[in-house]
Design a protein around this ligand. Sequence first.
Ligand SMILES: NC(=O)C1=CN([C@@H]2O[C@H](COP(=O)(O)OP(=O)(O)OC[C@H]3O[C@@H](n4cnc5c(N)ncnc54)[C@H](O)[C@@H]3O)[C@@H](O)[C@H]2O)C=CC1
Ligand SMILES: O=C(CO)COP(=O)(O)O
Length: 421
Amino acid sequence: MATLGGAHKKHKVTVIGSGNWGSVISKIVAENTAANPQLFERDVRMWVYEEQVTVPEKSKYYDPSSQFSTKPHPLSQLINHFHENVKYLPGIALPKNLIAVPSLEDAVRDSTILIFNLPHQFINRICNQLKGHILPFARGISCIKGVDVTRDRVRLHSEVIGSTLGIYCGALSGANIASEIAEEKWSETTVAYDPPPKDSKAPTPVHTTQEGDVIPDGVVDLAAVDESIETNTPYKPRLVSLPSEYPPLDHRSLKLLFHRPYFHVRMVSDVAGVSLSGALKNVVALAAGFVDGMGWGDNAKAAVMRVGLLEMVKFGQYYFSESVRPATFTEESAGVADLITSCSGGRNFRCAKLSIERGVALDEVERTELNGQSLQGNLTAKEVNEFLKAKGQEDEFPLLTAVYRILEGSAKVEDIPHLLA
Ligand SMILES: NC(=O)C1=CN([C@@H]2O[C@H](COP(=O)(O)OP(=O)(O)OC[C@H]3O[C@@H](n4cnc5c(N)ncnc54)[C@H](O)[C@@H]3O)[C@@H](O)[C@H]2O)C=CC1
Ligand SMILES: O=C(CO)COP(=O)(O)O
């Protein structure tokens, strides 16, 4: 076999999640593993949260004489049979080298690259289930738009994944409405990846406690996790180095994994900026939907977006001052471009708008309109508010706070101009 600088193994890729965006990213990645056989195993596994699904009548695969159309089957079976996710990405052909796998353990076995792409409320549980089942030198990329918040601290999902699993995790985020990318309409994205230098290619796996004791493979350095929680600083795992049989995992190889002619990747190092902007813009998109639902017009929506962008930057500067690069919010697809597209056609925007037009709760619109897909802005608004309230800083983030208050019923959309004054 041809070798790449001595490497003779290839990277195996797993996508954890198979919703609307999970399925699109899986499609992209499977196209690229097939196109780059020198670096990647051809087959990509996609973990499916199993549910029973019947092929819907509007699907081109609907056939009243077929058992798939008359009685429910496991979704993973349907995906592997039709090469389409008939529930979460209907009408889009998935590559044949994308394999749907319902067992989390089987899906991640021997994978060196783990791509996390599921609604953020499920990630803690999934990471706990993954403990002990992944390669200790695996690397992660989080496509999740949300943050992990308690009253005392706010963490990025890349940090949650990294600290729970003892691996390095970067982030992918951008102006990426999944349905458009599924149809291969051109868009950009931002991938942030900045592992510690030791990640380069040290010959021996090194995973030690702060005292220098070697930790067995796959075991998380709990002392370092505790330290990061106490000091509210990013967890820096003592990484197990990638064995030299594998090609290096760097900006070049990750770009090959994600970049397509219709999906242009910019590689950066600001994981905090990329992750945070993706999370917070969902809350701003709700505000944009609220004012649009009132029929207030484009100027009102632009005002909400302006204030929202400033609060996103400020949040990063306050709580991730050591790591965030403020320019990410204004220069990258993951920042202002994502804000614009999300406030134009994203699910958070559309559902918030409908909730005002119909006079019903946002949760109700989510349930009736999204067929199992999940809004993230409502949960993020609540989580972020809990944190800001505990810090006594609600007033410094009037838009984030207004969205929360509208959702919980203590403010009205009509109050927005006054609340932002
Ligand atoms: N859909 C989009 O256009 C985009 C979404 N994102 C982000 O990507 C992340 C994933 O979003 P989508 O793939 O669109 O998800 P989705 O909104 O389609 O959510 C449905 C997914 O959640 C899964 N699920 C339901 N209950 C579950 C449980 N208990 N445990 C685990 N999984 C469960 C379903 O099986 C399904 O795969 C989110 O953070 C979202 O903000 C980012 C860019 C674009
Ligand atoms: O993140 C997105 C676009 O970049 C999609 O946002 P929604 O979840 O609101 O659809």
